[in-house]
Design a protein around this ligand. Structure first.
Ligand SMILES: *[C@@H]1O[C@H](CO)[C@@H](O)[C@H](O)[C@H]1NC(C)=O
Ligand SMILES: *[C@@H]1O[C@H](CO)[C@@H](O)[C@H](O)[C@H]1NC(C)=O
Ligand SMILES: *[C@@H]1O[C@H](CO)[C@@H](O)[C@H](O)[C@H]1NC(C)=O
Length: 689
């Protein structure tokens, strides 16, 4: 037994922190999520009557966590023991303590401290998580939770805790949990994935967006989902009711509102009227377009029996912000809500109270909030693996120095180095660069590819060595001289050679050069072919180089992971994500036996239109053994996780703040919602639709 762990046990009760700080011989994975550390989301509400203003808007979640996708339940479940005045109940998704959860709050709106409210939280996850897991998944209890609804005594929600087992298949399924008994039932058929559940006012039916048997084919904008309906009680009588649609919301047990991108390319809200005797097929369903072309309208919300108006989110050509509006179904007109309150903020995923008196939505909390001041440098993600800490970093392409004390990352432009505790951040290279790696032998030396990322083979990108020194900051030296698009440098563990990819022949292949003299000392060509080999990483034991390659289908955008020996022998595919899938950014574990990588292995986990912008919303972090076995999903969310590194140090799994001078809420809305379909309006009038 490791003597340190004995000390750890002895000290355990007295000084747990010491134990974790000194005695773990585990490791850490550090990765990036586009935009996520700027998502300071809280749920807010506005009354539906009267003019919307900042004095009538109320923040109803805690102002600390990341809170989103709310629902106003129609039934009282909890109440303050000391108060009897009316309150608002809220169910919502929250990301706190490194994982996704569903919370239930009672908010006393009349209180002078209404913004924090009176919290009487019921941590539903406790009841939800335990019985959800079958024995074989007992270890891995983490999952993404989403879109909760309370219907009677049942919580209906999305969870990813049951791995689909099939590459490029989402693990997103709808479950219902009886809150008093914790009995949980899967409502989505095995092998299927269901998004965006909505329960009908009677509770009898649930509608979802689903691919059905077709499965996901890689799309990230307009999903080719259909709307299915099934019995909430047990998932039976499942039937497709609408071809092409998402985000269903019931008004009564035979009327569903939903969104789709229409043929004129505008996202619009539609209405589906189902036969009274119950849904049986798409044929008996009448579909009508509700919102006109000329603006994008999506994520509709309804309240039971209310045929007068719905709520929705819009992107108008006149604004680059996403706003919540009402749409008057009688007069066919919009009523803008949030633009009058916070015109320069994005607002997401509205929901209406059962009495139609208020609308809820989430947005980034206001600048006046104290929490805005502190920003996370490292965010602890609850790890499913003992002795492995998983941390999200505020920066791209991180790498950790051999001593474990410094972290390098890039910020498009600029390479930065910062202490692991978030202090002493400084720029070590001003230009654009990507993929950092540290020299294992020379102290304070790191490598990067300097130039534009995602550039063609001929682009001017060079491998540079950056030397950090105390006197004049940093100096850099070009190692490649004559090549095109040289990037992803990874030094051998003895510090003598460096592997990188280069586009010098018109194709991106792998090359090895001397670390000191660089290209002028000669190049060894490691791979050769009319395809792309890239993102190479040299194993800590020196025996293998891992990389991503599209050699099976060059130019298709699909990438598999391979390993090859530094002498060019032993080429072998480690893993691929189905047909046409992506596995990228491999990085060796400290024992050289596994890889961490990013992939679309679990497809997407939410309708992308319900989130801010992610180029690749399917990106999740996985590990796999070198023989392709033991695939493990480490992150569970609907965001773009990428550029992981595996560090041979156990970084304490806690959040680390840093004094970075950057405004919060800097994320952007979906790039593809900026598109204004030019022919849309004209076309619609010509067709008389
Ligand atoms: C985790 O680290 C402790 C302390 O070093 C060690 O005793 C234990 O075996 C490790 N557990 C695993 C699963 O590696
Ligand atoms: C609340 O919803 C349930 C079904 O979820 C329904 O049976 C009940 O009538 C609703 N209550 C009110 C007050 O609307
Ligand atoms: C390549 O390296 C492997 C492992 O060190 C060795 O077994 C093999 O003989 C080498 N092959 C060549 C052609 O050098």
């Amino acid at each position: 037994m490791n003597p340190k762990s004995v000390i750890c046990l002895l000290l355990h009760s007295a000084a747990l922190w010491l134990c974790t700080a000194v005695a773990h011989d585990g490791s850490s994975i550090v990765f990036t999520t586009l935009g996520r550390l700027d998502y300071n989301f809280d749920i807010f509400t506005l009354p539906i009557r009267g003019p919307p203003s900042s004095t009538t808007e109320t923040q109803i979640t805690d102002g600390k966590s990341v809170n989103f996708n709310g629902h106003f339940p129609n039934k009282t479940r909890i109440q303050s023991p000391t108060r009897s005045d009316p309150y608002l109940q809220l169910i919502y998704v929250t990301e706190r303590n490194g994982f996704s959860n569903i919370f239930y709050d009672a908010v006393y709106l009349n209180s002078p401290t209404a913004s924090s409210g009176r919290r009487s939280t019921l941590e539903v996850s406790e009841r939800v998580q335990v019985p959800l897991l079958s024995l074989e998944q007992g270890q891995n209890r983490l999952s993404m939770k989403d879109r909760p609804t309370l219907t009677g005594d049942y919580l209906v929600y999305v969870s990813t805790h049951e791995d689909s087992g099939v590459p490029r298949t989402s693990s997103v399924a709808v479950y219902s949990t009886h809150l008093d008994s914790s009995v949980t039932r899967r409502l989505t058929p095995r092998g299927d994935a269901d998004f965006s559940p909505s329960v009908s006012p009677s509770g009898i039916w649930t509608a979802v967006a689903s691919y059905g048997p077709r499965g996901w084919t890689g799309e990230v904008e307009d999903l080719s989902t259909d709307i299915y309906v099934f019995l909430t009680g047990d998932g039976t009588r499942r039937v497709k009711v609408v071809e092409h649609g998402g985000w269903p919301s019931w008004v009564d047990d035979s009327t569903i509102y939903f969104h789709r991108r229409g043929e004129d390319q505008w996202w619009s809200v539609y209405r589906a009227i189902l036969p009274r005797e119950g849904p049986s097929s798409t044929k008996s369903v009448v579909v009508q377009r509700v919102t006109p072309p000329g603006l994008h309208a999506f994520t509709p919300a309804t309240s039971p029996g209310n045929h007068d108006f719905i709520a929705l989110a819009t992107r108008r050509p006149t604004s680059s912000f996403r706003h919540v509006e009402l749409f008057d179904l009688v007069r066919n007109e919009f009523k803008e809500l949030t633009r009058h309150v916070s015109p320069q903020t994005h607002h997401f995923n509205p929901f209406i109270s059962p009495d139609s008196s208020r609308v809820g939505y989430h947005k980034c909390r206001s600048n006046g909030n104290k929490q805005e001041g502190s920003k996370l440098f490292l965010q602890n993600i609850h790890s499913p693996i003992p002795n492995l800490s998983i941390l999200r970093i505020d920066g791209s392409f991180p790498s950790v120095s051999p001593g474990g004390d410094l972290i390098a990352y890039v910020n498009f432009p600029g390479v930065y180095v910062v202490n692991r505790d978030g202090s002493n951040r400084h720029q070590v290279y001003p230009g654009n660069a990507f993929s950092t790696s540290w020299d294992p032998v020379r102290k304070g030396v790191l490598y990067t590819g300097a130039g534009l990322e995602f550039a063609p083979e001929s682009a001017e990108v060079d491998i540079i060595a950056i030397t950090i020194n105390d006197v004049d900051g940093a100096t850099f030296k070009k190692l490649t001289t004559n090549g095109k698009n040289n990037a992803f440098p990874s030094p051998s563990p003895d510090g003598k050679q460096i592997v990188f990819r280069s586009g010098r022949t018109g194709h991106k292949n792998l090359y090895i050069m001397d670390v000191e003299v660089g290209e002028s000392g000669g190049l060894y060509r490691l791979t050769e072919g009319p395809w792309t080999d890239t993102m190479c990483n040299w194993s800590p034991d020196g025996n293998w180089i891992a990389f991503a390659s599209d050699r099976e289908d060059p130019g298709s955008g699909s990438f598999e992971l391979y390993v090859i020996r530094p002498n060019g022998t032993g080429l072998r595919k480690v893993i691929q994500s189905g047909t046409g899938g992506r596995t990228n950014h491999p990085w060796f574990s400290p024992d050289s036996k596994s890889l961490v990588f990013t992939s679309d292995y679990r497809a997407i986990s939410a309708e992308p239109i319900s989130n801010p912008h992610h180029y690749q919303p399917y990106g999740e972090i996985f590990t796999v053994k070198l023989d392709g076995s033991d695939l493990k999903r480490l992150t569970q969310n609907s965001y773009e996780d990428g550029t992981p590194v595996w560090v041979p140090h156990f970084i304490k799994p806690t959040d680390v703040e840093w004094p970075i001078d950057r405004p919060g809420c800097e994320f952007v809305d979906l790039h593809w919602l900026n598109e204004v379909p030019s022919y849309g309006v004209l076309n619609m009038h010509q067709c008389g639709v």
